[in-house]
Design a protein around this ligand. Structure first.
Ligand SMILES: Cc1cc2nc3c(=O)[nH]c(=O)nc-3n(C[C@H](O)[C@H](O)[C@H](O)COP(=O)(O)OP(=O)(O)OC[C@H]3O[C@@H](n4cnc5c(N)ncnc54)[C@H](O)[C@@H]3O)c2cc1C
Length: 468
């Protein structure tokens, strides 16, 4: 009889794990248990003013192979599309400046590229980088950049770029985890500017140089989980939505998984379990079966945020003249970024030529107060901030949508990798994957889901091979 595997959590990590487990030749029966009413997690489409568009993640890094490979395997590669060649900007001292080219997470390879966005003293401080010898151990991205290049680089360049990925604070996020090339420079006592220059030159001449940096799918990235759901079902995977998993116990030969409403809990045996849930539920489920891993995961904090999507009547107005802008926390605005979706994504503009879509995000780690507003208030705040940056001529929206992402992004605090060591030492038959471990981006999540699935398959293979 085929071994049974439960994948708990149907975000992109769990879906990728289930997909890997149902590949031809993998003789396992897979059940995916998702607590909410649909799979996808942070990938989600909603109807806004007559169009189904992304209200969560919207693009993937195309210079890593995982997402594009998955598109190919699922037969949707022909829907792959890229952003328009329009620039983004950063707001600094109330003015929008073109996003400097050639930075490594905001660390400039050419100081002149940030003059204006930084004042002359700040640029001079950056030129005179202070290198105080090699440094052992992890530290925050912000502490490293403050000491080497001055706090203005952290505040006005690194913060907005890092916030775009983690919604966190540069002076708390692990440099080892978030920007390994800068961590290596710190260990080796090298100048950050030199490392940035080398990285930018390598990217410009390497095999990926001609490829676009980002990609999505025509129809929105939120359609990827829908495709995965359908293909998994065709491949024999049982996908159960609306199924919250409440407990996990060892039962001698595998695992007892309890799920469903507290009044009608269903208990089922599985030979192996992949946990693809965020850190807090994973910690609760591991409490009795892997207490050290559970304790490590309980300490991982998350940032909450909201995405406010606006639909304006008519074609793209002249103010929306790029892909969007980032806002450093030093600016007196509530929004931390805006994407001019119809300018950035040609597929969207073509599909809805009589509408203009844009979105704004609100919420950084430990700044939940900015989210303690009703949906109409969030729309009002976003619109007011957009008008501060873009001018009062920005029209009122014809439709608006607010998507809240409570616990949206894990925070990789200094020492994250070492602290999570117990999660890499689990009882046999258990595997973990997801954004909490080794990368919050979608390609990293796909990689982690597939690696967890391969752990399980290796164990299945070993169990089947006769001893001797
Ligand atoms: C607003 C936003 C925008 C983003 N934009 C991008 C982007 O453009 N590009 C990019 O690469 N990354 C982006 N990210 C990051 C990326 O989308 C996420 O890190 C990634 O999707 C996380 O996937 P996951 O499967 O690990 O977790 P999740 O998507 O959180 O999925 C976990 C799933 O587990 C389920 N679950 C939880 N508890 C239980 C339980 N007890 N039982 C059963 N099910 C349970 C949840 O309902 C959920 O569906 C963005 C993130 C956010 C929040």
């Amino acid at each position: 009889m085929a071994r049974t595997v439960a994948v708990i959590g149907g975000g992109i990590s769990g879906l990728a794990a289930a997909w890997e487990l149902t590949r031809p030749g993998a003789e396992v029966h897979v059940t995916l248990l998702e607590g909410s009413d649909r799979v996808g997690g942070k990938l989600r489409l909603e109807d806004v003013g007559g169009a189904r568009i992304d209200v969560g993640a919207e693009s993937v890094l195309a210079r890593r192979p995982e997402a594009l490979t998955l598109f190919e395997e699922l037969g949707v590669a022909d829907r792959t599309t890229h952003p328009a060649a329009v620039g983004a900007s950063i707001v600094s001292r109330g003015v929008r400046w073109p996003m400097p080219r050639g930075t490594v997470m905001g660390v400039p390879s050419d100081p002149e590229s940030v003059r204006g966005l930084l004042d002359d003293d700040e640029v001079q401080r950056l030129i005179e980088e202070v290198v105080d010898g090699p440094r052992a151990g992890d530290l925050s991205v912000g502490d490293l950049v403050d000491a080497r290049l001055g706090p203005a680089v952290t505040d006005r360049l690194v913060e907005p770029l890092l916030a775009g990925v983690y919604a966190g604070h540069a002076r708390e996020i692990s440099v080892e985890q978030a920007v390994p090339s800068l961590a290596a420079a710190a260990r080796q006592g090298r100048r950050l500017s030199d490392v940035a220059r080398e990285a930018v030159a390598a990217a410009a001449s390497g095999p990926m140089a001609a490829l676009p940096v980002f990609a999505t799918l025509v129809g929105g990235l939120g359609s990827l989980p829908e495709v995965l759901h359908a293909r998994l079902t065709e491949a024999g995977c049982e996908v159960r939505t609306g199924t919250v998993v409440r407990a996990l116990e060892a039962d001698g030969t595998g695992w007892l998984v309890s799920s469903g409403p507290t009044t009608a809990v269903r208990r089922e045996h599985f030979d192996d379990v992949v946990l693809a849930t965020p850190a807090a539920p994973t910690s609760r489920l591991l409490r009795h079966v892997a207490p050290a891993a559970a304790a490590a995961l309980a300490a991982v904090e998350y940032a909450s945020m909201a995405i406010i999507t606006l639909a304006l009547d008519g074609p793209v107005p002249p103010q929306l003249d790029g892909s969007g802008f980032l806002v450093p926390p030093t600016e007196p605005l509530t929004i931390k970024a805006s994407t001019f979706s119809s300018s950035k994504w040609p597929w969207l503009a073509r599909a809805h030529p009589d509408r203009t879509y844009l979105r704004a995000s609100v919420g950084r780690h430990r700044e939940e107060a900015s989210l303690q507003r009703s949906d109409p208030e969030l729309v009002e705040v976003a619109l007011a901030d957009l008008r501060t940056v873009l001018g009062d001529a920005l029209a009122d929206p014809a439709a608006a949508h607010v998507q809240r992402w409570g616990g949206g992004l894990p925070q990789y605090a200094v020492g994250h990798r070492t602290r999570l060591a117990p999660t890499r030492d689990l009882p046999p038959g258990l595997a973990l994957c997801g954004a909490a471990y080794d990368g919050v981006g979608i390609p990293a999540c796909i990689a982690s889901g597939r690696a967890a699935a391969r752990d399980v398959l290796t164990r299945v293979e070993t169990a089947r091979t006769p001893l001797g």
